[in-house]
Ligand binder design. Structure first.
Ligand code: DGL
Length: 271
């Protein structure tokens, strides 16, 4: 346990975890953030499960040993749906994962048809199927696994304009005309996708609810930090550090976007 403000280690393959970090900063201003971006192994969504588990465990264990966080957030559905048991065996502080928001989607859907938009890995995981079996077994689930949407989210974050036709192509059968029943709720089951929420809403039918797990994860972290919240001082400048496993691959545009996000240091992880 650190002595100053709570230190939160946030992990993703790219900048998707920033969507979770924003929710944490909203709820717990004054906590310290160390963000680890495993861009050296990006993208995760198309990698075999055993390789992912080994990689995520090795990177996170090394970084956690060096920075002694109070809590670790795996801000990546693709990693969380396979690597949490291995991480929890090895990391002694709480490890919180981000997994598809199937349960709240089922509570919200009136048509009982839910779109599941994730990486190719996440939409076919046993973990995801188990969530569907538990919370939405009698719903129609339209699964779309897209690696291109992840790339588009990275581009958007770095300030590039998106081609709506490319975006629409990535949505595949999600809103196919005549799809019966029609999808009325879409789970953004990849932390990159909230970066595209406005672009997605602009090309989708009106009145679709887009839901992600970010705010719920921030609340969970607040609960787990419990008594430690007294150590959060809103008047103190936040420390937000961004560590990349391949620092050379971070472009000047990404550097600028990360600075605007409030990261004061951008450094190599595992150096
Ligand atoms: N942001 C990640 C997720 O939530 C994965 C992106 C990738 O494919 O690397 O699933």
């Amino acid at each position: 346990m650190t002595q100053g403000p709570p230190r939160i280690l946030i992990f993703d393959s790219g900048v998707g975890g920033v969507t979770v970090a924003r929710e944490i900063w909203n709820l717990l201003p004054g906590s310290e953030t160390i963000y680890v971006c495993d861009n050296g192994f990006f993208p995760y969504g198309v990698k075999p499960e055993d390789e992912l588990i080994a990689r995520v465990t090795s990177v996170l264990c090394s970084v956690a040993a060096g920075c002694e966080p109070d809590i670790v957030v795996v801000a990546c559905n693709t990693a969380s749906t396979v690597a949490l048991p291995s991480l929890r065996e090895r990391i002694l502080v709480p490890v919180v994962g981000v997994v598809p928001a199937i349960k709240p989607a089922a509570a919200l859907s009136k048509t009982r048809a839910i779109g599941l938009l994730g990486t190719p890995g996440t939409v076919r995981r046993a973990y995801t199927q188990d969530l569907i079996d538990r919370f939405a077994s009698d719903y129609t689930i339209v699964r779309v696994g897209s690696a291109d949407l992840v790339l588009m989210a990275e581009e958007k974050f770095a300030g590039r304009d998106l081609d709506p036709r490319r975006l629409a192509a990535a949505l595949g059968p999600l809103f196919e005309p005549g799809g019966s029943p029609a999808v009325d709720v879409v789970v953004l089951a990849c932390t990159h996708f909230p970066l595209l929420r406005a672009d997605l809403a602009a090309i989708a039918p009106a009145n679709i609810a887009w839901i992600d797990s970010g705010a719920a994860i921030a609340r969970r972290i607040g609960e787990l930090l419990g008594g430690e919240r007294g150590r959060i001082s809103p008047s103190k400048p936040l420390s937000k550090i961004f560590l990349a496993t391949d620092l050379d691959a971070i472009s000047p545009a990404q550097h600028g976007a990360l600075r605007r996000e409030g990261f004061s240091e951008i450094r190599a992880a595992l150096s």
